[in-house]
Design a protein around this ligand. Sequence first.
Ligand code: ATR
Length: 290
Amino acid sequence: MTKTEIGGHTRLCGLIGNPVEHTVSPLIHNTLAGMLGHDLVYVPFHVEKDRIRDAVKGAYGLNILGLNVTVPYKSDVLGALAEIDPLAEKIGAVNTLVRREGGYKGYNTDISGLYRAMRIEGIKIEGEEIVLLGAGGAARAAAFLCGEKKAKRVYLLNRSPEKAGSLADEVNRAFDRECMEPMAVSDYEKLPCRPLLAIQGTSVGLHPNEEHAVIEDPEFYRRIHTAYDLIYNPEETKFMRLVREAGGRAFNGLKMLLYQGIAAYELWNEAQVPEEKIQEIYRLLQEKNR
Ligand code: ATR
């Protein structure tokens, strides 16, 4: 960017987290601002654990328009907000803060971004039978999305079954439906033999441990008609390769990353980003991801 263009009217958005040094969010937001002619700059801020409240308060005092929030503060930040979107409140995590009268309002665009990314690939959640792998931070967003969008049944598989159990209980309670069924990942053979949609939400297979998949048995992959891996680095995870080798369709998580950013940008600027601009940003992300 041309830093000399920053002036008295320039609005500031940013990212708070720890670490933030490898984020691609500035690429998304600064490119969008340039494309759409918005006088806006996006900067990452490395925030220490005991400074998170100060950071949010200080950002508000500095008239900062919006913030993204990343690991490990997506829940810690809740107490510093003036208002929380109902779905973000249910999941207990926000990744986007939008400036409002009296403070920031928190949203979770990881959830809405994942939904948009899946929809764009023609993947439906409503009424589907889904196998969700993992019960950590990333899988949690997918689990709440499945609850919100009324999946018919979600088999929630995790290495430690207690964590699958507590996440399943939380989602079932939050949406007042018994749609989540927790299981140990080692029990995958007990899954129904009907074709399933899979969402891969564990960290297994993430660069540099690319030679692993959370389930290695090719038999498992015969039941998967479509898979969405929340990992985007590498471009094709081993999980995705195993799905494809068994004849299913597989997508990586790059569009989830893209659309969580687009949704945040749209909230901050009260504008819709045109589809062709979204595609341009996607191509930039793909280049960066290679
Ligand atoms: P993230 O933010 O990427 O979700 P996380 O919150 O640490 O990271 O969660 C990692 C997920 O990957 C968890 O579901 C974890 O399973 P456990 O809850 O049993 O730890 C899963 N995971 C990590 N390494 C794994 C492995 N080698 N085999 C199976 N699951 C694994």
